[in-house]
Design a protein around this ligand. Structure first.
Ligand SMILES: [Fe+2]
Length: 246
């Protein structure tokens, strides 16, 4: 069994287009999407049209939830920018998404962690502003009760894989559309991949078990960077140009 996992598209339609072409070019037809599809100052409407027509298994991210839970006037500017491009069918699709699901009977999918769509699983922000590998015991505790041999999550935009007890593997494929960002909880921190390519992963099951291949795909990131700049978001423009924050 082989399939691709995409996550954290964040409205970057050119990155999504490039990733889908790369997946197709490898002869892979099955894809799952780990959420945070639209939020950002980019092309949410185009991404929505593409995702609705793809109809792939998708779990709801925290930013997807904000788009259907919050009043537009209360939204963060990244969510509000996406919301303005979405129509009723796109919002209905978001409302239809589960917070987690089991794919093909043996792959557990969620956006961030099983119980909290806004908590880093494999990583954690620390007081000095760095983001580091979470201690093994904490990763294990967050996986309690999930016995799927392969677990997929997104949210942090950092490609990462960790082995769990019982032979389980947990994989974050990284972000299709947003290679760097900052946040202020629980500590002010930056997440930076250090490159501007679109990330995803190929998951494959062999006799030895599940493995992950992390893929990075070049695309016209400077066009998306220019769009972010034109939309008044210089930090997004920097992230999309370089994979680093200003
Ligand atoms: Fe997220």
């Amino acid at each position: 069994m082989r399939f691709a996992a995409i996550a954290d598209i964040h409205g970057n339609d050119l990155a999504l287009e490039a990733v889908l072409a790369d997946i197709a070019g490898r002869g892979i037809t099955d894809i799952v999407n780990l959420g945070d599809c639209f939020s950002g100052p980019l092309e949410a409407g185009r991404v929505a049209e593409r995702l609705l027509s793809l109809a792939i298994p998708t779990v709801r991210g925290n930013h997807d939830r904000y788009l259907i839970e919050q009043r537009p006037q209360d939204m963060h500017i990244s969510d509000a920018a996406a919301f303005r491009q979405l129509g009723p069918a796109h919002l209905d699709w978001l409302r239809s998404l589960p917070v987690d699901l089991i794919y093909r009977g043996e792959v557990y999918l969620c956006h961030a962690t099983p119980a909290d769509d806004n908590l880093y699983w494999l990583d954690m922000a620390v007081a000095d502003g760095n983001v580091v590998l979470r201690p093994q015991a904490e990763i294990e505790a967050l996986a309690a009760g999930i016995d799927a041999p392969l677990i997929l999550c997104g949210h942090t935009h950092i490609p990462r894989m960790a082995a769990l007890t019982g032979g389980r593997l947990i994989v974050n494929p990284g972000s299709v559309g947003c290679p760097a960002y900052d946040d202020d909880k629980p500590y002010p921190h930056k997440v930076e991949t250090g490159h501007a390519m679109a990330s995803y992963a190929v998951l494959e099951k062999s006799a030895a078990g599940w493995t992950a291949q992390f893929r990075n795909v070049g695309y016209d990131n400077m066009a998306m960077s220019a769009l972010a700049g034109a939309n008044g978001r210089p930090e997004w423009a920097s992230a999309l140009a370089t994979g680093r924050m200003p």
